[in-house]
Write a protein that binds this ligand. Sequence first.
Ligand SMILES: [Cu+2]
Length: 262
Amino acid sequence: MKKTFLASLFAFTALSTVPASAHFLLVYTPETALEKGGEITLKMPFTHPAESGHVMEMVEPEEFFVIKKGKKTDLKDKLSVIDWTSAENTNTAYEATVRLKGLGDNVFVVQPAPYFEGSEDIYIQQITKSYVNVGELPTDWDQPQGLKTEIVPLIAPYAAVAGSTFSGVVLSEGEPVPYAEIEVEYMNFEPNLETNSFAKDGAWESTPAFSIRADAAGAFTFGLPKAGHWGFAALGTGPDTEFEGKELSQDAVIWIQANELK
Ligand SMILES: [Cu+2]
């Protein structure tokens, strides 16, 4: 009896003790479902979007590309350095302006260089995907992109609905990751593409950082209480576990947009 109580107490503690500040690499554009193509700009700060928190210094990403109709196009020459400002600080980030041609899904992938997090004495590398659809033609969103680690959506990331759910499967080298630890955050402070900063006021007064687990098959489902952009980060699911003699957390990040039903 006592043991059961303690076990449940521990389970509760484990669920409710969530890192107050989760790191997320953004690959942000305001509208992820477009009627037609044209130029869009993606902003890529490495920061804490739920609280307009610390912006971490970014160096040039190792890879930046888009996949469309299964074809990979390198976009590294589109990257340029910007300064990103949060309520806490300003630091180096990246942006890219790209032209979307034709109908279908554009799957943007950033593989940043490992970032050294001094407070934890580890490197963090968040391999991040975001999706922009043109003309309501689904082409690529349900496919894995062959990344070292990634979250494969089971619901189109640009067509999720507020009040409904989002589901995905966590993969490491193409294989599901049972019971993967996933952090979920809401983009509470709207990014301003003109000023390269977060909005002053948040959509919510306080934003919980949600910590969930995938199931035995590496799949998870999360309810989306509010319209907007949601980030999911599977922690340490990549095959690389060491960088320059230190522990590396190679994470899989996906961004989705929950829409209000009209
Ligand atoms: Cu941080």
